[in-house]
Design a protein around this ligand. Sequence first.
Ligand code: C2O
Length: 546
Amino acid sequence: GSFQAHLSEAETHYHEFVVRVLFIAIFLSFACGPTLEVRDGDSLVIKAVNNARYNVTLHWHGIRQLRNPWADGPDRVTQCPIQPGRSYTYRFTIENQEGTLWWHAHSRWLRATVYGALIIHPKLGSPYPFPMPRSEIPILLGEWWDRNPMDVLKLADFTGAAPNISDAYTINGQPGDLYRCSKQGTVRFPVGSGETILLRVINSALNQELFFGVANHRLTVVAVDAAYTKPFTTSVIMIAPGQTTDVLLTADQTPGHYYMAARAYNTANAPFDNTTTTAILEYKTAPPRNAKKGKQSTPIFPRLPGFNDTNSAIAFTSRLRSPSRVKVPLQIDESLFFAVGLGLINCTNPNSPRCQGPNGTRFAASMNNVSFVLPTRNSLMQAYYQGQPGVFTTDFPPVPPVKFDYTGNVSRGLWQPVKATKLYKLKFGARVQIVLQDTSIVSVEDHPMHLHGYHFAVIGAGFGNFNPRTDPAKFNLIDPPYRNTIGTPPGGWVAIRFEADNPGIWFMHCHLDSHLNWGLAMAFLVENGVGELQSVQPPPLDLPRC
Ligand code: C2O
């Protein structure tokens, strides 16, 4: 699908947008959605009109939505979907956040084509913590199928097998030069010699972590997930679906054409061919390209790590730091340990067309052996608010039901997760630590875990099994980076902390949509605290009903 938007901006501090989600039967048009540019402190009113033929919701990825889960958007978690022909107006205020975020559809696989950048500038008059760049460009890395992605998903749902891999990756909607049929559309970014520009890189791909770099140019990382970082330079970044990374680039090379490229990382299980998407950084003073036939200057290609180069990925992420000392909770009220990974569900008839997974099984995925099922009767948040019983339970296990060696071979009995809609209850203000441990069940893989309604400090990571006796001693409680999406290292663990200061129901899930579809998710129910300022606001009147 594709879609259009009509943006109208009233005043600096108040924005009204209308996003029309359209669905076009031909998928050959490459496009991504409009960039929304706002300031910290602004109130946004976004009317989403569903002109498509699927149910849809929109999610403002990384916006904290304090006391306001009604505007968060995940389908059947905080709202019932907007049906075709209907609309819903998302209203929310940006509170103490600045940097690069994005928005996307949060129903089934619709975010494959329905997504855009959400850029939050500092309050009027407050500067960036780095020299003002000459210009800023959103770089949206995407993924594209040569068919309706909803059909790709439907087929996988039916067969229980992995969905077809995508046919291309894209930069701002375009696959780039390396795909023969799309050369015409390659995105070009003009830059003046000596200028410094800010690239706001967003990984909006459905199922793929990516390496990203620009030939011959150094990148200075200044922010991730709308949180500033201590600046450092690198030639390549690793970015997982859901994450954003802001980098400064100075055009200090010989005037010419340079490829910027993104290539797949962590493709453990799938053979990828179409793994590199490109755009062109074009110096304004460069000799014209394609001047004479046969005398084209070929842009230089950046050196990117291989698809299985976990060391390069970790080398990058382990350099991230907050700019200065931050307030990480030092005491912990809730110490959670979540084993995340894939699983397989045995079929009674392995020869059934619905059991085309490995050895006649169906794919599944789980956290602590619970494979999350979205409710059908109501959204979690609406059921909770209305006190409707039977939609979910709050017995999500704080630790895995059985302990095992997460990095070794495991017995078949541990493959089969239990399907359920289980939430974990947190008291308002609880100080929470979660260790996310990758299991080696079915595959050893990076799982980019996203927590809605929060951002959290990433205090430690490592390979192998997390050791509760020795690993906490190495936690960074001084200047850890803040994120809303964090990769669980393949065959390893990552530890995060946050304070549960935002009441409501908040989804936590793998941002690889194939894994989300298999149930790699859970949700927190954060109870109200005392008084209005610690309680969920009443829902808007136009909130869609199931
Ligand atoms: Cu960016 Cu729940 O998603």
